[in-house]
Design a protein around this ligand. Structure first.
Ligand code: UD1
Length: 382
């Protein structure tokens, strides 16, 4: 089975790596890594390939940055050509970035001149196009101002197979009328990457680069348009971070979108004024996770970090009005937090009053294995 595994942006790489490693060991599977090039900086892409022991992408579309329509359209045009040449049997898309929806759209409309034949659930069907599987399906913030929410909704409607990370995602899909037999809760694939590299992560001491000690600092990541695109909000955020850094040192690896806006609106000097606020470039996977393992708390607007901190029991303040990952609030260490409340909530965490957390079903480092089993049991070439 020729399987295209699509990756595009930083949060995708730790989702595709465990799957690629599991599939490459199967005799029936030919996994092909397709990188759309949505993220292209060394420290947003290549460093992750290296840490996660991924080979050079087999296919690189080299799309780069652009407006939403531009980026989505360019990926669709380039990937449609690849689909026609390569004729994969299965296209696996992950997460919720523009390339996720773009590749799903291209794959859902392509028709191969000669149908390949696959057997699904023991009933023979003729394939005029590849099947589409969405890994991390069913997450919903119910906030359609987020580009990612649009990407999630469209990708899930187009997918033939929906692999969810938690039961709430199954419920969302069923509520939207998606047939139950397409949906399977397989768990959180990012935990596979974390467990795969745990030893290497624990061997590092990246905090020393900033002259810090374990559990003595906070880690910050911010890049959502809702936090960093409006100059007034960004300025407020900078001032709040400076105030917090008086209480606890902060390490804030700055995402390119955020850096661009800080520079454009001349706000970088606010952050640079604080001796306790460190602003490295984005860190590689292993180095970043080492900082997560050792920090006292995380302040973020990322999706994935809400999950990683919940799994590790690290307090997380999410600077958003909603989350598509509610299980990190009900069972994990995550709290949604308004900008005005960050200082107050940080002080509570520094005092040691932290949320309890419970293990989450299937967040156990075995998600890629479950997917491989599902594929080998349910699909085979005839
Ligand atoms: C994208 C995803 C978002 C994900 C985030 C993680 C969408 C809609 N958004 O947002 O879901 O959480 O990645 O990082 O798909 N840039 C660089 N170098 C790079 C990549 C980007 O300089 O390697 C610059 C771009 O030129 C652009 C900005 O960063 O100006 C934003 O990049 P883009 O991929 O459009 O969106 P992200 O904000 O990274």
């Amino acid at each position: 089975m020729k399987i295209h595994i699509i990756c595009a942006a930083r949060p995708n790489f730790m989702k595709v790596a465990p799957l690629y490693h599991a599939l490459k060991n199967e005799t029936w599977a030919q996994p092909v890594i397709v990188h759309t090039g949505q993220h292209y900086d060394l420290n947003m892409s290549d460093a992750f390939f290296k840490d996660l022991k991924l080979p050079e992408p087999h296919i690189h579309l080299g799309i780069g940055s652009g407006s939403h329509a531009e980026q989505t359209g360019k990926v669709m045009i380039a990937y449609e050509k690849v689909l026609m040449e390569q004729r994969p049997d299965l296209v696996i898309v992950v997460g919720d970035v523009n390339s996720t929806v773009a590749c799903s759209l291209a794959a859902s409309k392509v028709t191969y001149p000669h149908n390949s034949k696959l057997k699904i659930n023991n009933s023979k069907i003729s394939m005029a196009r590849p099947l589409i599987a969405h890994l991390e399906a069913g997450l919903r913030s119910s906030d359609r101002t987020m580009p990612e929410e649009i990407n999630r909704l469209v990708t899930d409607v187009l997918s033939d197979i929906l692999w969810t990370p938690s039961q709430d995602a199954n419920e969302n899909l069923i509520r939207e009328g998606i047939s139950q037999d397409k949906i399977q809760c397989v768990g959180n694939i990012m935990i596979d990457s974390l467990e795969m590299l745990r030893e290497k992560i624990e061997m590092q001491d990246v905090y020393k680069d900033f002259d810090l000690k374990p559990k003595s600092f906070g880690l910050v990541t911010l890049h959502r348009p809702s936090n960093v695109d409006n100059p007034d909000i960004l300025k407020n955020l900078c001032n709040i971070l400076v105030q917090i850094s008086d209480k606890i040192p902060l390490v804030f690896p700055v995402h390119p979108r955020t850096m661009k806006n800080l520079e454009q609106h001349k706000l970088l000097k606010i952050l640079n004024n604080s001796p306790n606020l460190f602003l490295p470039k984005p860190l590689s996977y292993i180095r970043f996770m080492n900082m997560v393992f050792n920090c006292r708390l995380v302040i973020t607007d990322s999706g994935g970090i809400q999950e990683e901190t919940s799994y590790l029991g690290i307090p997380c303040l999410t600077l958003r009005e909603n989350t598509e990952r509610p299980v990190t609030i009900t069972q994990g260490t995550n709290q949604l937090c308004a900008l005005d409340d960050v200082m107050k909530k940080t002080k509570v965490i520094i005092q040691g009053l932290v949320k309890r957390y419970d293990p989450i079903e299937f967040w156990d480092g075995r998600t890629a294995k479950r997917i491989t089993m599902i594929l080998s049991n349910k699909f085979f070439m005839i």
